[in-house]
Design a protein around this ligand. Structure first.
Ligand code: WQD
Length: 346
């Protein structure tokens, strides 16, 4: 079995990707520092696949630990790198945490891959690199715009670091995957999103409002130049995002890549407004959502949705789930974890 390292493999997208890797017969090693996840997620993965990944709790900011890990696992055939801090607001308040955790760690991992012979690397990037793109849908050749936050900057600079490293290391092959808005949970409701504290993202805030954990959803602005005045995003089921990582890894393992640094957008190609997501929730849950129109949120782009042609035709991957499928899976997951919270622990 080919052994793959998944950093941040107990996180939201990471854990769903571990499941898809195991489904495809890969052996998975997870590194996670549990700063934004919990070891219980391992149990969820095993419940789905019946296979327990190797898990090593580690802070990747410790360069010596990273070196020791790669010496111990010299048989790794690929690395999928999710481990990073991702809260836009937090990055503004604590930029150095983001530059150290998102870029310092990336350098340490690339230094280890540079020492190996052939190496395959998948990077978790984001549509944030486009800022407010001029044209919709957004293609991979859309210009990268000045980042609006240190978080966004770490994705842009991260891509540049990888591109520059691949230029002088022909034996290193990398793919950057630019996610649009991953949402939802695994259909088995064994794993899903576990936001810590008050959710920053729309869908977990909606489901927490639906379950009664939050009083009311604030819709950040309805005076944008869109059909219903609210911002538009490309919400993509997290399982579709996970499957795209396996497709990208297989592309590198089979040498189908056209260059040793490639970029793909991961989206559905369909934009949905905030109000449309609320309507989707009400449709799939049968519940009215309590929300109010609030002032705009600083830094929000008006609209962002993906041109999926390159991912569909070159990567050979296409999102299969609809917005309702994703919202329904998120709602089922929310109901399950809150039910578990309420049950007295034995
Ligand atoms: C979506 C829409 C909000 C919450 C961010 C990061 C991006 C990626 C995904 C990591 C916006 C509106 C939200 C709420 C609202 N993260 N909203 N009320 O901002 O598109 O992307 O998360 O890679 O990098 O920037 O996602 O879910 O925060 O917001 O009205 O309580 O929902 O204004 O229009 P976003 P989001």
């Amino acid at each position: 079995m080919k052994k793959i390292l998944v950093t941040g493999g107990l996180g939201f997208i990471g854990s769903h990707t571990v499941v898809e890797l195991q489904n495809e017969g890969f052996e998975v090693v997870i590194i996670d520092n549990l700063s934004n996840s919990s070891e219980e997620v391992l149990g969820g993965i095993v419940a789905i696949t019946g296979k327990k990944p190797i898990f090593e709790k580690m802070d990747l900011r410790d360069k010596a630990s990273v070196t020791a890990f790669f010496a111990k696992h010299s048989d790794l055939e690929g690395v999928i790198h999710f481990a990073a801090s991702k809260a836009v607001g937090e990055s503004v308040e604590n930029p150095l945490l983001y530059y150290e955790n998102n870029l310092g760690v990336l350098v340490y991992i690339l230094q280890e891959l540079q020492k190996k012979g052939n190496a395959n690397f998948i990077f978790s990037s984001s549509c944030t690199v486009y800022g407010q793109a001029d044209e919709m849908p957004i293609t991979e050749s859309a210009p990268v715009k000045a980042a609006e936050s240190p978080y966004g900057n770490t994705k842009q600079v991260g891509e540049e670091i990888i591109k520059d490293t691949c230029k002088v290391n022909p034996q290193l092959a990398a793919i950057a995957l630019r996610y649009f808005n991953p949402v939802g949970a695994h259909p088995t409701v064994e794993i899903g999103e576990l936001p810590i504290g008050v959710p920053q993202n729309l869908l977990p805030f909606i489901t927490q409002t639906g379950i009664g954990l939050r009083e009311q959803l604030s819709v950040f602005g309805d005076d944008y130049p869109t059909e219903d005045g609210t911002c538009i995003r490309d919400y993509i089921h997290v399982v579709d995002v996970a499957k795209a990582h396996v497709s990208a890894l297989q592309r590198l393992l089979t040498g189908e890549n056209q260059s040793n640094y490639e970029v793909f957008n991961l989206g559905t190609g369909k934009g949905s407004s905030v109000l449309e997501v609320i309507q989707s929730f009400e449709r799939v849950s049968g519940e009215k959502l309590n929300y109010r129109i609030a002032p705009r949120r600083e830094g929000d782009v008006i609209q962002a949705y993906a041109d999926t042609q390159k991912a569909n035709e070159v990567l050979g991957w296409k999102a299969a789930s609809s917005l309702d499928d994703a919202v329904k899976s998120a709602w089922e997951w929310e109901q399950k974890i809150r039910k578990a919270d309420k049950e007295p622990s034995v």
